[in-house]
Design a protein. Structure first.
Length: 383
């Protein structure tokens, strides 16, 4: 109720359409023509009256007409006023945000959106407030980010909009929050959506030389590692189920053979006893082979992980041709850093220092270590 009351108070001064106003020139009515039988005094009076009227009409014609205010002009004024009031509401929201009063900030940004629903910045500000609340509202944050992204995409300069990378970042954080709040019902699609949003946010932050780049990169690496860990966990569960299934098959086959042997032999038959012993021994051997096979597989793939030093700083894939950026000392994959230098700018994507392709130095030691790691861990190609 407090939200609605505040919303009503803030919207009380909404501009309404104004009617057009214009100045009208009122002229005196033309007097009746003078009668030929009128008295000289009346004729002189009428003559004087006509003279005055003629002067008045001449004076009226010489005055510049006052332009009428058109409906379109009034609408433009109303729109301009609404946009101005929207900015006022946004500034009020910024003030509340600085005071950590996120509920009132949400109210103020909501008013700004009502007054100007085409500005993505207002949605971005409100989305962040939804995340900062004592009880974060991830769904509301995602809704605001999605709407604002649509507004940015509808503009020709969408890729350059300074707020776009924040929208993808906030949306990713909200998706990760929903995922963390439902530990027993993980949604692979939701996690993948969050990773895609983080990648978009990272790429945009680099092109805009944002100070958030490293923070976004950290979240992106963590999200990718989480997805890989879940896939690996599911793989281990599947292997465990396969192990139990194979052992049960061997056990059932053993039971079947012993059952057939009992039906075809007499009690006390030494040959039948020897056959049963042989069947049991064969079963134990097969089960032992299965156990050894899965133990070896588990040893080779105990919790799989990839050293951070092997991961590219832009693509977040395992590097195949690592090179060093001399100004910063940071190692990049050659393909990703060359693409950045050619398409975005001649500067280091993380430190924003000037950088040219000719300055890149091959990191041969790291390349050798990565190649050795991949040779022993073929699963890493799926990272």
């Amino acid at each position: 109720m407090e939200f609605l009351a505040n919303l009503q108070n803030l919207t009380a001064n909404f501009p309404f359409g104004e009617g057009s106003s214009g100045a009208q020139t009122h002229q005196g009515s033309t007097p009746p023509y003078a009668s030929p039988h009128a008295s000289p005094h009346y004729q002189r009076s009428q003559s004087q009256t006509r003279g005055r009227q003629s002067n008045q009409q001449s004076h009226t014609r010489q005055q510049p007409s006052i332009p009428r205010t058109s409906n379109s002009s009034a609408a433009a004024n109303a729109t301009s006023k609404s946009l101005s009031l929207a900015e006022q509401a946004k500034l009020e929201g910024n003030s509340y945000f600085a005071q950590y009063d996120y509920e009132r900030a949400i109210t103020a940004y909501s008013v700004a959106i009502i007054r100007n629903p085409a500005n993505p910045v207002y949605y971005s500000n409100r989305a962040l407030c939804h995340l900062r609340r004592d009880t974060p509202d991830a769904d509301a944050c995602i809704q605001d980010c999605t709407k604002a992204i649509e507004l940015c995409d509808s503009r020709s300069e969408s890729c350059d909009h300074p707020v776009l990378f924040k929208l993808f970042y906030y949306k990713a954080l909200a998706l990760l929050l929903l995922d963390a709040n439902n530990p027993t019902h993980h949604n692979d699609h939701r996690l993948s959506d969050a990773i895609n949003c983080l990648k978009r946010a990272f790429d945009l932050s680099i092109s805009q030389k944002s100070s958030y780049t490293e923070e976004i990169a950290t979240k992106y690496r963590a999200a990718k590692a989480l997805r890989f860990e879940r896939a690996d966990s599911q793989r281990r569960l599947a292997e465990g189920e396969l192990h139990r299934y194979l052992v049960s098959l061997v056990q059932r086959d053993c039971d079947r053979q012993i059952s057939q042997l009992q039906h075809g032999s007499e009690e006390g038959d030494q040959t039948a006893d020897d056959d049963r012993t042989e069947i049991a021994r064969a079963m134990e051997k097969r089960v032992g082979e299965i156990e050894a096979l899965f133990i070896q597989a588990d040893e080779n793939s105990k919790k799989r992980s990839i050293p951070d030093a092997f991961i590219g700083k832009i693509s977040f894939e395992i590097m195949t041709d690592p090179v060093i950026s001399p100004p910063s000392g940071i190692t990049y994959d050659r393909a990703e850093i060359v693409s950045h230098l050619q398409k975005i700018g001649k500067w280091d994507p993380l430190t924003r220092q000037p950088l040219h392709e000719s300055e890149l130095v091959p990191n041969l030691a790291l390349k050798e270590v990565i190649e050795d790691f991949l040779a022993k861990n073929g699963w890493a190609f799926d990272y």
